[in-house]
Design a protein around this ligand. Sequence first.
Ligand code: ATP
Ligand code: MG
Length: 252
Amino acid sequence: MIPKNHPRYESLMTRELIVEGVEKGITSMHGLIAQGRGEAFDYLIGEKTTESALMAEKVAAAALLLAKKPVISVNGNVAALVPSEIIKLSGLVNAQLEVNLFHRTEERVNKIIQHLRSLGAKNLCTKSDALIPGLEHDRGKVDSSGIFSADVVLVPLEDGDRCKALVDLGKTVIAIDLNPLSRTAQCATITIVDNITRAVPNISKFAEKHKNRNEKELQKLVKEFDNKKNLANSLLWTEPHFVYNQLRNFPI
Ligand code: ATP
Ligand code: MG
């Protein structure tokens, strides 16, 4: 039992969720390692949403609302960490959910679908009748009426190859990835460098606020967003004064 007053309570609880995901058979063992890599970068930004991440989250909400056919991709880590939050977001922006696994087994796909359904998900794409060109068979499998035909895809914690393949298909790809240097972060259209546990609720908050804005305002937000520049801002932790401040302020 982790005491609530532990200075790193949230981070440790997040780990618990991933471990539970593995025990339930919805998260792969590799997911534990991916979470570890993410945590290391989260540590560097002080486990808080940065200004550049918040901006990307605002723009992502606008892009999802403007999309003709938005789809949210769900993998084993997403299903373990933010299942209800992702279902809520899909409702707010009228997006479909599609299970899309890197280490794909039909058993795990079905378990995640059941898990999401048990939490109230209704808009799930469950076919695997299309292939994303440029990816080997199992990693390229998608639903022809889901990710394959989507114009905007939200891919939290995606692999670099698959992110690039979706961009090459002409889609607007929104990535959530704590590592601003990963191939995914570098090649996505809109990159959110934040923990998925904070990013998804933030996108939902913006989606709610955006409902009071007209289409032109949302288009302006998306058009004026410079992903490369925003991504460069998310590398602030590489600067010595930032690291120094972090060391002074971080709860140890
Ligand atoms: P790439 O394939 O894009 O070069 P990679 O091989 O380092 O990156 P993968 O293992 O393919 O990474 O995907 C996991 C990515 O997800 C990592 O970059 C990691 O930083 C990120 N990640 C892991 N957990 C989280 C989380 N909770 N929130 C946000 N990002 C996370
Ligand atoms: Mg990878």
